[in-house]
Write a protein that binds this ligand. Sequence first.
Ligand code: PMT
Length: 401
Amino acid sequence: MLKGKNILLGITGGIAAYKAAELVRMFVAREASVKAVMTANAEYFITPVTLETLTGNRVYSDTFKPTGERDIAHIGLAKWADMTVIAPATANIVGKIAAGIADDLLSTIMVTMKTPVLICPAMNTDMYSNPIFQNNLEKLSKGGFHILDAASGELACGTEGPGRLPPLEDIVEAAETVLTKKDLQGTRVLVTAGPTQEPLDPVRYITNHSSGKMGYALALKAKRRGAEVTLVSGPVSIPEPTGVRLVKVTTAVDMKEAVMECLEESQVVIKAAAVADYRPGRLSKSKIKKTAKPLTLSLERNPDIIAEVGIRKGNRIVVGFALETDDLMENALKKLTSKKMDLIIANDLGEPGAGFRHDTNVVKILDVDGGVETLPMMDKGDVADRILDRVVGLLNKYRKP
Ligand code: PMT
């Protein structure tokens, strides 16, 4: 979403201003163009040369200095920007924007700006909790500005509490979310992801190779598109997506319980998890000791969660996955119809770049009308968007009077 976008980065005079350099790098790495506007006080904390070098653009700070460009600075920059990120935002800039004061370049641009603005406050805890500042922040929020709450922790002034600039990854994610079209606004989406672990004894379990990447990408993309997302996840070791309700589970039985608890409120259910079909019939309380004899394990069937969701489908959109090593289309089609899904995403374990662990996937989207959409190898985030496009299409179809 940030690719090809013009981001105006406003930097104001707080100690966290030094982090703006890394923030620029992160935006540029996502192929966004960045122009920096600094307040006079920001220059105490970071030099324009640093920002000019990293953005590859001149740095703006003076309302009246001729830029050599056709438009005067505050008008030209406001027209250029697809969005503005002010990080760090001091109490001063927040107060000025809230009051409509335009006495330097950044505050003047804010009076002119028509595209989205993301404010990332950072300051001392007492300043952050000051009611006048909080009222100003609320005023901005009501006025359509996007606010990313400050993080809590150790502050440069030696105190501890809320006031830290949020992690830069969270700022980039918030910018992505702001720029994403909200075609799932007001929709509750339940996503499952990752493997399940079925314990055999206190040290061993049966599982599979799912990393959770496909399901986490779906949860993140649905959140960016405005959905309220619950992510029921088996044990994985990838970062938790922000802005998503995460429910951690271990076994298929736990996953079923969590899914059924959220089912009532969900309009869309997407089951990307790789659920173990079987679990050990007996859970040993102590470690099973090896002997000279072979060990035979007896396995019991786990609940088929998506089949149970299918039984209570109502007018929900249900999307399943099929991971196959043989007869991909035939098996996927069988699951689509027998489990009352609307769509099934078929991925073939034998295909390079598809299935477990990769950052990419290669999928076919099958629907109940017999349609098959074949997608090339794509990043799992892009696959997630293509699946969500189909979900939006179905929601619009069913919502039509
Ligand atoms: O996590 P990654 O490393 O990114 O890998 C992604 C993935 C390969 C796990 C994902 O793309 C995928 O294919 N997930 C489903 C894998 C799978 O278990 O397929 P299946 O054909 O066995 O199951 C069919 C459907 O029934 C799935 O939606 C599954 O979530 C669901 N199911 C299966 C068994 C069961 N007991 N309950 C279920 O709900």
